[in-house]
Design a protein around this ligand. Structure first.
Ligand code: F6P
Length: 321
């Protein structure tokens, strides 16, 4: 019988993680369980130094705050069984007998291994990358997208004043969602991501076509794809626009979560508690599928290939050009 539930956030922080922790805490306490916050993710679980009881009041005024108030961290060594054993010993000292882990792919791997080692564990998708299979959206993606769109809107003001092309790099790890959604939302001329590939001649053709009717152009590039400075040089040489680069970077991870992320986080927290205490599930993760919030095996989320329909969105992007 579960009595004490531990909650942690792991990997890169994402706006809405606080709302998810709040949801887990409030929902579990309302159902008669005690909740403990394990600070700094799996790293904190392994170090065992900063584990504290969370009360209803502990999560007051956290809903709208970016970042994660219980901290996060990356611990690649968590794939070692001895490291996980030590982490489990630490939480057992607090009487924690079940876990909710909020994060991305790395967190899912850790959560799955913990569940195999006998700790009832449920994962919640929290990452700006939207790169988890089986869920339409991850917590944080909508906020990061809105941050990127707002930034590019500002860049457009200056680039159109100077007759320039803005080459903007966005995050996303290996997933093109953030790039593609941003490109559509700002009406970019070009988008470059893993799913679409990179064709320099096509890019130059598009920019030259834009130069005939517009005083600016925008190219959105997903991180890890190309050197944006090199591309800007070529665009400057081969088109009428002078090109300038902007790497949006970590600003995309910050900021108050959008209403959409807050609601998604709240729904997912409730579902995670229900999966643990009502359905006795372990090794599962929460996902949004259409209008439904469901659970599915973490293994399926890790092995699935339906990460995101980027190419479907690309068809729309091209039709708008
Ligand atoms: O997974 C979120 C993310 O921000 C990715 O978009 C990015 O590639 C990565 O984390 C950066 O990681 P770190 O915080 O370790 O620099």
């Amino acid at each position: 019988m579960i009595k004490r539930i531990g909650v942690l956030t792991s990997g890169g922080d994402a706006p809405g993680m606080n709302a998810a922790v709040r949801s887990v805490v409030r929902c579990a306490i309302a159902r008669g369980y005690e909740v403990y916050g394990i600070h700094d993710g799996f790293k904190g679980m392994y170090e065992g130094q900063n584990i504290e009881r969370l009360y209803r009041k502990s999560v007051s005024e956290k809903m709208g705050r970016g970042g994660t108030f219980i901290g996060t961290g990356r611990l690649p060594e968590f794939d070692q069984v001895e490291v996980r054993k030590k982490a489990i010993e630490n939480i057992k000292m607090y009487g924690i007998d079940a876990l909710v882990c909020i994060g991305g792919n790395g967190t899912y791997h850790g959560a799955l291994e913990l569940s195999k080692m006998g700790i009832p564990t449920v994962a919640i998708p929290g990452t700006i990358d939207n790169d988890i299979s089986g869920t339409d959206f991850t917590i944080g993606f909508d906020t990061a997208l809105n941050t990127a769109v707002e930034a590019v809107d500002k860049l457009r003001d200056t680039s159109s004043s100077h007759r320039r092309c803005s080459v903007v790099e966005v995050m996303g790890r290996d997933c093109g969602d953030l790039a593609m959604w941003t490109a559509i939302a700002v009406g970019a001329e070009c988008v470059i991501c893993k799913e679409t590939g990179y064709d320099l001649q096509e890019i130059l053709d598009n920019i030259n076509k834009a130069a005939k009717s517009k005083n600016h152009a925008i190219i959105i590039v997903a991180e890890h794809m190309i050197d944006v400075n090199e591309l800007a040089k070529v665009v400057t040489e081969k088109t009428p626009f002078g090109a300038r680069t902007t790497v949006l970077g970590y600003i995309q991870r910050g900021g108050n979560p959008t209403a959409k992320d807050r609601v998604l986080a709240s729904e997912m927290g409730v579902k995670a508690i229900s999966a643990l205490v009502d359905d006795d599930l372990t090794g599962v993760c929460v996902a949004q599928q259409g209008h439904d919030i469901v659970t599915m095996p973490i293994e399926d989320a890790l092995n699935g290939d339906d990460v995101s329909p980027v190419l479907e969105k690309y068809k729309v992007f091209k039709m708008l050009w």
